[in-house]
Write a protein that binds this ligand. Sequence first.
Ligand code: NAD
Length: 316
Amino acid sequence: MYKRSKIAIIGAGMVGSATAFSLLQSGVALELLLIDKNKDRAEGEAMDLSHGVPLAYLVNVRSGGYEDLPGADIVIITAGAAQNEGETRLDLVHKNTAIMKDIVPQIVAQVPDSILIVVTNPVDVLTYAALQISEFPDSRVMGSGTVLDTSRLRHALSLQAEIDTRNIHAYVLGEHGDTEFVAWSRAHVAGTPLDEYFEDDLEKPLTREIKEELARQVRDAAYDVIEKKGATYYAVALALNRICRAILRGERSILTVSTSVQGIYGVEDVCLSIPCVVGRGGIERKIPFHLDDEEVKNWQKSASAMAEFTQNLRLD
Ligand code: NAD
């Protein structure tokens, strides 16, 4: 029998509700379930969204509890505290690890075959926690990672190069946070290395200073948006829509999700973002990637920053 696609979102705050809105507009799933410890919030968001169903796609949007999870293909976790102005993502680690310890066992009990997507920050540390707590295979636990940061980078580069963002292949790797970095040595436009593209076609070199400034803008984007409007949620909602689409439609898209990266360029047992093939089985392949010497150092710095937290996580 045809299986209805269903996505559950735990945490119906700004990110959770914006994600539901984005999923409703794309019609990628036939059922959306919102769960929040604030039941009224989840119910209000589900009502508001469902009132637009006749104008969008036929999607059953509702709120509920963990007992309503069965049938969910994907469970997105956005529950937890968000950064306040001046707070780093890593400042949230203790509060949000406790929330993961509450939520993940309840998901596992109801939908042991689902795919988990962690969004709550610090996303790499909490992806690691979700992987350990759920004991799911690592193909079925991923963090939204640097899918958002990569989108921010491609947007910034497209403005610089004056071409469509979709023709820019450049990735932000490592932590979704202060130690993230751009893999400039791998970046290209239609097969032409980025540096050559700027020099030969545009006659304006992409200098080291420009690259550093673009990377800084991408890295600090969340701080800048939070300072201006208090939170970030639209772009991450679109990133989640993109990941869910790749999974439910079996697209095998290459996305920089956060995953266990043990052994890659000598790093320990941590989760970080690397390019992965994302499809019906979740993470179907981790793509081998090559970095230059400076990028390897950045990668290892990101891994050490994460290891400091994951080594001290108390998950039992
Ligand atoms: P928010 O405060 O608007 O919403 C959080 C929601 O979680 C609230 O509705 C709250 O009631 C709910 N919640 C808290 N504890 C819960 C529990 N135990 N069970 C169920 N629900 C619970 O925050 P937000 O702006 O939506 O951000 C959510 C998280 O997403 C934050 O950690 C934020 O830093 C993170 N975030 C991640 C990215 C990314 O790219 N990974 C981007 C933006 C925000």
